[in-house]
Design a protein around this ligand. Sequence first.
Ligand SMILES: Nc1ncnc2c1ncn2[C@@H]1O[C@H](COP(=O)(O)OP(=O)(O)OP(=O)(O)O)[C@@H](O)[C@H]1O
Ligand SMILES: [Mg+2]
Length: 320
Amino acid sequence: MSYFIPGSTPPVEAPPVAATVEPPAVDTPRSVGAVLAQTQVQAVLQELDDQLVGLAPVKARVRDIAALLVIDKLRAGLGLASQAPSLHMCFSGNPGTGKTTVAYRMAQILHRLGYVRKGHLVAVTRDDLVGQYIGHTAPKTREVLKKAMGGVLFIDEAYYLYRPENERDYGQEAIEILLQVMENHRDDLVVILAGYGDRMNTFFQSNPGMRSRIAHHLEFPDYAADELMQISRSMLAEQNHQFSDEAAQAFERYLALRLAQPHFANARSVRNALDRARLRQASRLFSQPDREWTAEELTTLQAADILGSRLFQQDGAPHA
Ligand SMILES: Nc1ncnc2c1ncn2[C@@H]1O[C@H](COP(=O)(O)OP(=O)(O)OP(=O)(O)O)[C@@H](O)[C@H]1O
Ligand SMILES: [Mg+2]
């Protein structure tokens, strides 16, 4: 059976590699610089560098992939025909390590280089693909694929699609449809599977077909304490906020305690902690209704706003 996705071009036989050499069109870029200038890809790479703290190995891999595609474009410009490159990826790493954020950037890069028509990202989990009853899964999966065509389909915690303990699990049906579309529509849809590294590995061991279609594996490391501190400063700056010196020291202590707690979710935990600190700051200012506040006072988190966390109380609850 072949799954045709409405709104997409029907699958065609891939042309043979390097069959003919045609003269390039006049405005065809001939240098890496020309492709970068024409596609504005450099700007996305720069944003990725500037806006995301750390992640050196991930950034390097994204650059490698961009380089591969730019060179592929140069080859195509000279009429050196080649098969559409396989661009499906796996982003593995713990929660809050930036996988979703980088996936959005990747979608932009692929779009600017012309590898997907629209460049949008559709983020889903098992529940969006798999139905509860017989006959529900295929239409659900196809609907999601239709939405994602021309862009990136990001499947978070992809391993939940496969439940070996349940022989009749409908997840298998979704996997089979995905496998076919990943092959037949790879010139217009890029699939990124994301999740914890060890669970992704187990998933690939049981699903060699899926493994063989994933061309790029990117590993997202946990952030070190100083990176988390830098991330928190940049998150605050985005919201026109800042730490006082004492608040910054308190937040360093907060992070040291929080890192040792269960369910630490890297940058996501930082974002949540800062949200709670801003609530405490607001309550603090609110409690003095007659006082006129300066811009600095309105934008500065004080040590008390951090130290109010339950984490600093001896019998504090684990996730505060
Ligand atoms: N390196 C970073 N620099 C700055 N902000 C970051 C960085 N990494 C993540 N963030 C921020 O942390 C939050 C969580 O990131 P993101 O959602 O991309 O992580 P994730 O790996 O997809 O997490 P999850 O597994 O929880 O979905 C986002 O608000 C994001 O902007
Ligand atoms: Mg995410």
